[in-house]
Design a protein around this ligand. Sequence first.
Ligand SMILES: NC(=O)c1ccc[n+]([C@@H]2O[C@H](COP(=O)([O-])OP(=O)(O)OC[C@H]3O[C@@H](n4cnc5c(N)ncnc54)[C@H](OP(=O)(O)O)[C@@H]3O)[C@@H](O)[C@H]2O)c1
Length: 238
Amino acid sequence: MSKLALITGGSTGLGAALLRLQREQGWQVREYSRSGSGADHIACDFADPAVSAQVLAHSFAELAAQSWSELRLINNAGTLEPIGPIAQTDPAASFTHLHINLGASIAATGLFLRHFAHQNAPRCVINISSGAASNPYHGWSLYCASKAGLEAFTRCVALEHANTTPPTRIIAIRPGVIETNMQATIRAQDTAHFQQVDKFRQLHAAGQLQSADQAAQKVLALAERGLESGAVVDVRDV
Ligand SMILES: NC(=O)c1ccc[n+]([C@@H]2O[C@H](COP(=O)([O-])OP(=O)(O)OC[C@H]3O[C@@H](n4cnc5c(N)ncnc54)[C@H](OP(=O)(O)O)[C@@H]3O)[C@@H](O)[C@H]2O)c1
C-alpha cells in the first residue's frame, strides 16, 4: 500500500517544493491549484468556494476508493492580496481572500476527514500558517486574520479528533520567510500600501530568505516529529 499526500497550491513556491519532496520520499501526490501541470495536478480555483469544494469532493472520493497506508493533507495555498488598508479595500476582494486563505483549508480538511474516514490509515492535516497570525502588519489585516483563523481552526479540529483510531493529527506550521512569488509581491509594494516593506527588502538584500526547498524540508521534518495534535509551531523556534 502507498502513502498519499494531497497538497493545495502545489504549482509554485513552497507547495511545489513540498510536492517534489513528498514524491522523492515515495508518497503518491495530488496538487490542487490554478496553474499546476502534469498527471498529479487537479485544476482548482479556491476563489470560487462552491466549484472548488466540488472539485475537492470528487477527487477525494475517487482517491478514497483505494486503500492507503498513510494519509496527509497539506493546506498550503495562499495569497497576500489584496494588500492595503481595509478602508480602501473592495469588500468583494476581502471575501475572495478569505475563501482562498481560510475557507479552502476548512473545506479541504472537512472533506478529507469525511472521505477517508473508513480507511485504516493514520491521517495528518498540516496547515501552512505564518508568523502574521500573531504579529500585526499595517496593510495585511486580511492575511493576518486568515492565518490567525487557520490556527484557531487547527486547535478546534484537534479537539474533535482526539483519541481516534487510527490516529488523526492536525497541526499548523509557520514556515518562516521564503523566497517565493509571495515575497516578490511584498517587495514590490509601496509604503502607502505596506508600511513595513523595507524590512522585507532588507531581508532579501541580506540574503536571509530560505529557499522553498529548505522550507519544505523543515515543514516535513516537523510533521514527522510526531507533534501533538493541535500544535502550532514556527520552524524558527525548533
Ligand atoms: N513566502 C513566505 O515568506 C511565506 C511566509 C509564511 C507563510 N507562507 C505561506 O506559505 C504558503 C505558500 O506560499 P508561497 O510563499 O509558496 O507563495 P506562492 O509561490 O505565491 O504560492 C502560492 C500557491 O497558492 C496557490 N493559490 C493562490 N491562489 C489560489 C487560488 N485562487 N486557487 C488555488 N490555488 C491558489 C498558487 O497556485 P496558482 O496560482 O497556480 O493557483 C500557488 O501554488 C502560503 O500559505 C503562505 O501564506 C509563505
